[in-house]
Design a protein around this ligand. Structure first.
Ligand code: HSE
Length: 321
């Protein structure tokens, strides 16, 4: 089989899109991806950039803009094989990413996204559409950025996951850690925002919705039938400093029959109790290995770009064109 020359559309050229562009260019030679190109970029602010050059980011910073285009129209007429969807999050409607991904999969294009909206709320429909069109719908970046999470299960053929537990939101874990140090909740939240950890709307972090989306995405991938809108979700607003000091963390849990997000006091000796600051961690309880863990950053520009690179290489390793 000859490897074609895969072409990539980057849709959404904010922090994650630019991070991916930079990381892809930095790593493509060492990964042997010289035949792969980012052939176009579509962004609400910057417009439609065809064949972006290496200096595109500095040009855009200098004020250059391109003709605006409706993203769905751009997808419909694009010859890209892979669409990287990096637009903003909406955990109520999943839009506009949902429409973009639907259009891309419907056109027979592989999709990579770090957007939790479509992955948590529209998973089954989009996954079915991907299968029908014989393409992949990849979403590593939605759970713990580039840190291995559900994707490490791909290394474990036949393994059965009994349950999943995790600390999957850096902002809340950071806030709880600062509360252990004596800060009050609001000051700690402001710090987390200033450091760029919190979502644009911190409600998603502190009220547990971001964590909820992540445990739903893992459940979806494991074939468990939990629904984001019916999930029991409790955030950290009511956690006291004393509870934080006693090892209370915002925990996401799922098994086949149950799922929740809530603050829980973790026992001394529980590995998840030792996850500090903005670090994330996940525990899979399995049939053959017992408990396995992964820990690392769950957000950030290059950290999320890594997830898209991981998804890209996974798609290319299964390239059937
Ligand atoms: N705001 C999230 C966090 C990162 O604090 O972990 C993106 O999911």
């Amino acid at each position: 089989m000859t490897m074609a020359k895969p072409r990539i559309m980057v849709l959404g050229f904010g922090t994650v899109g630019q991070g991916f562009f930079e990381l892809f260019n930095m790593k493509k030679h060492s990964l042997g991806l010289n035949n792969v190109t980012i052939s176009e970029v579509v962004d609400a602010k910057f417009g439609h950039i065809i064949e972006p050059g290496d200096s595109i980011i500095s040009e855009l910073k200098g004020g250059k803009t391109y003709e605006k285009i409706d993203p769905v129209k751009a997808i419909m007429k694009s010859d890209a094989d892979i669409v990287c969807e990096f637009t903003w999050l909406d955990l109520k409607t999943a839009e506009p990413a949902y429409s973009h991904i639907k259009a891309a999969l419907g056109q027979g294009k592989h999709v990579i996204t770090s957007n939790k909206g479509p992955s948590a709320l529209k998973f089954r429909e989009l996954n079915d559409l991907a299968r029908k069109n014989n393409v992949q719908f990849k979403m590593k970046g939605t759970v713990m950025a580039g840190t291995p999470s559900f994707n490490l299960l791909e290394l474990l053929p036949g393994i059965e996951v009994k349950s999943v537990r995790g600390i999957m939101n850096g902002t809340t874990n950071y806030i709880l850690g600062r509360m252990v140090g004596g800060k009050d909740f609001n000051d700690a939240l402001k710090e987390a925002q200033a450091l760029g950890y919190a979502e644009a709307d911190p409600t998603n972090d502190v009220d547990g919705f971001d964590t909820a989306a992540k445990i739903i995405i893992i459940s979806n991938l494991l074939g468990w039938n939990h629904d984001f809108n019916n999930l029991k979700i409790e955030g950290i607003r009511k956690v006291t400093r004393e509870q934080a000091a006693n090892g209370t963390k915002l925990v996401a849990y799922a098994d086949r029959n149950h799922a929740f997000v809530k603050p829980l006091q973790l026992q001394t000796g529980d590995i998840l109790r030792e996850v500090n600051g903005v670090m994330n961690a996940v525990e899979f309880e399995t049939d053959t290995l017992g408990k396995i863990y992964s820990m690392g950053p769950g957000a950030g520009k290059i950290e999320t770009a890594q997830s898209a690179l991981t998804d890209l290489v996974s798609i290319l390793n299964n390239w059937h064109k």
